[in-house]
Structure formats: structure tokens, C-alpha cells
Design a binder for this molecule. Structure first.
Ligand SMILES: [Zn+2]
Length: 218
């Protein structure tokens, strides 16, 4: 566990070693975005969007909110998120569609009808989760990012090839105590990064690097 941090791949935005999460712990970059422009939505903005949704539902008697929802849902948004400037994407970098937005919303809402505390625990989970996921985010395999900078994910339909050295994390792992400070040797490069952080053989990693060079030379 400790060894994994010392040979982690580096963030392509700020250069800090990446932890086990889907976002850089320092600058919030979504590590699977090949263009390195998709940033995690702040927790405060998430709560703001939730409050706005509640307000809009009341003001529009629900009807207007639902119509609005169908307009923005194809872009991974609901009315509150659209106003604040947030977007839901899948944890593998794929964009959302209306159907999956509906499922995600349902998972966040329906259990609360049975267990009253669900709504609070579900949403509050993002406050301490390393990927700022709510419980319905985890169940639906989604994360929330800033709308600005993530538009290309919609157009491409896919985040594309994983950047070199970055491994898709598992669906859900209990929160780990990952180091807040970075040990000096952690900046020693990403050449052998796949040895401890990846289950894939390092040969594959190397061949990716070489093919990168081949492109440059040709
Ligand atoms: Zn970073």
C-alpha cells in the first residue's frame, strides 16, 4: 500500500503523484481525461446544486422542474447542476444519457421513501468520500465534475484510452487513509509505475511508451 504511493503516475495538470482516486488529490483533475481539462466539482457547489433543485421543485410545483430536467439530462445535468455548472459523468469517463440519469436519480430518491435517513446519509457521503461521490453515485458508478472543461466528453462519447500509467480503479473500495503529504522519492518518475499500482504487466506499459516515441519519430 505504501509502496504504491511512491511510484504513482504523475498528474498531467499539476505534476503531483496520483493517489488511488479518480481525481488528483491536489488539483482535482479527472485522471481518465486524456485532454486533462475535466475537474472534480467542489463539494460546496454540489450542495448548492442540491439546494437549488429543492428550491426549483417548490417554485415550479415540480412540473417545470421535470420539463427542465428532460432538457438538460442528456448532458448529464439536472436543473440545479445546470445552473451551478456541474455535470455527471460515469466513472470510466463515458458521458451520461437520459436513461442513466434517471436511474441515478431514482437510486438517490426511492430508498429515502423506505428509510428516512437515506437522503441525508446518501448526500452527506460526498463530504468525506475521496471522489466526492454520494452513495447513489457509487451505485450508479458516476462522479460529478465541472461542466466547463468536460464538454468534450459529451462530444467524444468516451474519455478514450486511459493515459499511460493510470489504472481504472475498482467500482468501490472502502475509504483508505492515503498520505496527505508526498514523500520525496515519489517524484522519481513513472517508468516503473505499473509494477506496484497496476495489475497489468509492465511490458504493456513500456510498449505504450515506445509507441508514443514511434509516433514522434515517424
Ligand atoms: Zn493534479
Amino acid at each position: 500500500m505504501v509502496a504504491a504511493a511512491s511510484s504513482a503516475p504523475l498528474c498531467r495538470s499539476c505534476g503531483h503523484p496520483l493517489g488511488p482516486g479518480l481525481f488528483c488529490a491536489y488539483c482535482g483533475l479527472f485522471v481518465l481525461d486524456p485532454q486533462a481539462t475535466t475537474i472534480m466539482a467542489s463539494r460546496v457547489s454540489r450542495l448548492g446544486a442540491s439546494l437549488l433543485n429543492a428550491l426549483f421543485i417548490i417554485l415550479t410545483l415540480g412540473i417545470g422542474w421535470v420539463i427542465w430536467w428532460f432538457i438538460v439530462a442528456p448532458r448529464g445535468q439536472n436543473p440545479g447542476k445546470a445552473v451551478v455548472g456541474l455535470r455527471v459523468i460515469r466513472t470510466d469517463g463515458r458521458p451520461m444519457d437520459t436513461g442513466w440519469m434517471f436511474v441515478r436519480g431514482l437510486v438517490g430518491f426511492v430508498p429515502g421513501l423506505v428509510v428516512g435517513l437515506w437522503g441525508i446519509v446518501d448526500d452527506a457521503w460526498l463530504l468525506w468520500d475521496q471522489n466526492a461521490q454520494t452513495l447513489h453515485d457509487k451505485i450508479a458508478s458516476t462522479v460529478v465534475v465541472r461542466a466547463h472543461g468536460s464538454e468534450h466528453l459529451l462530444n467524444a462519447g468516451w474519455a478514450g484510452q486511459l493515459p499511460a500509467g493510470v489504472v481504472q480503479p475498482g467500482a468501490y473500495a472502502p475509504p483508505l487513509s492515503f498520505p496527505a503529504t508526498v514523500s520525496p522519492q515519489s517524484s522519481s518518475g513513472i517508468a516503473d509505475s505499473s509494477r506496484t499500482t497496476s495489475t497489468k504487466p509492465s511490458a504493456k506499459q513500456s510498449s505504450n511508451d515506445f509507441s508514443e516515441w514511434d509516433r514522434v519519430r515517424s
